[in-house]
Design a protein around this ligand. Sequence first.
Ligand code: HEC
Ligand code: HEC
Ligand code: HEC
Ligand code: HEC
Ligand code: HEC
Length: 268
Amino acid sequence: MKKNPTLLFFLFAAALLFSGQPSFAATTTVCIECHGDLPGDLGEVPVAEWQTSVHARYQTSCHDCHGGDPTDYAMAMTAERGFIGVPEYEDIPAFCGRCHVGVEEDYRESLHGQVLAFGGPNCATCHDNHAVQVATIDLINEDSCSRCHSYERPALIKEEISATETMLSQLETSIAALYRVGIDTSRLEDELFATRNDFRRLFHSVDIDKIRAQTAQFHSDLEQTKAAVAELEDTMGQRKLAGGALVLLLLLGGCIGLLIRRSYHDQE
Ligand code: HEC
Ligand code: HEC
Ligand code: HEC
Ligand code: HEC
Ligand code: HEC
């Protein structure tokens, strides 16, 4: 058989590529190995979708959600090893809420949580079950929200949240810039982090009045952070100018001194 050099090259490259992904190798489990070979909704779909998710990135794997033993082929899906299986529609908030405690709380109090048994959305309705991505306000869109009701109220909520989101990301950029030039921004970062976490919980209430009222508070918190940032930026500018300014001031002082003395003499 004649060897195909191109093919060999690709095989070699592929081998390198895979050996260069230790994190993937390290996180593989018997769940992923066995399900990866199963067809459709049982394997290909959940495994491929999960691999693109924020959960895969943070090593939250099949067994972290579904339970079971990720190291034992034979016993993996047994109750003794804590296998939970697939949650029913109404059990999904508690299923996800094991890790997202605060969000589950807000969701339960919301109208969505209260009407869960009567057609309300669960976490996976909006976030998906396996392809969960980092959450942004883009999740609020006509396609998703108008599956069950009009888009009118969702649009109001999105508008209300957008301005604060913009402010948050602008502040993030400014603080990062200050950090890059060697300023200690840890206090500002902590402040912003706390505000952002609290703010991002707000959506799940889906209560436009509550969101309006609290957005005002967030705005004033953010205005304070913004003022602190502006002050630091000022100090930065001043520090640069200080050297030049000092010389200038001394010169100016000298001139004024001269002028005063001269006019004093003139008056005599
Ligand atoms: C040896 C192969 C194999 C291993 C290992 C394995 N599974 Fe499965 N799994 C299957 C097969 C086959 C099915 C479908 C038949 C069934 O439900 O038993 C299934 C079904 C499931 C289901 C759907 C159950 C339902 O009620 O519809 C979930 C969820 C699941 N597995 C998760 C896991 C998790 C988590 C692990 C690792 C802790 C795991 N599996 C390990 C082969 C495997
Ligand atoms: C973030 C939690 C989470 C992770 C991680 C997760 N699942 Fe699931 N999975 C779910 C939820 C929730 C459902 C129920 C879906 C529904 O009813 O909407 C489900 C359903 C399933 C089902 C039933 C078929 C279906 O699509 O409804 C299988 C099989 C399954 N998961 C396998 C896996 C495998 C294999 C992995 C790892 C590659 C995995 N899951 C990772 C949450 C998760
Ligand atoms: C009606 C759709 C919807 C439902 C139902 C929903 N979410 Fe969300 N979720 C969103 C949107 C939209 C955001 C982004 C909000 C923002 O950026 O201000 C979000 C943000 C998040 C975040 C990131 C923000 C944070 O506080 O960390 C997590 C985690 C989250 N949701 C988990 C859940 C869980 C768990 C459930 C079920 C208990 C759930 N979500 C139910 C739409 C939904
Ligand atoms: C075993 C714990 C665990 C379970 C169960 C779990 N998650 Fe997560 N989730 C995490 C971790 C860890 C992260 C990444 C760190 C973070 O952002 O909090 C994350 C991140 C997220 C994010 C992105 C947060 C952001 O900042 O934008 C969303 C949305 C989310 N999960 C939704 C869900 C949904 C929906 C379910 C149920 C189907 C679920 N999670 C079940 C642990 C879990
Ligand atoms: C699976 C169905 C379903 C989906 C999808 C859904 N909702 Fe709802 N929502 C409901 C139900 C049911 C109610 C309660 C009855 C009503 O007000 O229509 C509701 C009520 C609301 C309310 C009114 C709350 C109040 O206090 O008056 C808002 C706002 C809302 N949803 C926002 C959203 C947003 C934003 C999305 C998309 C991210 C969304 N919904 C997606 C089912 C859904």
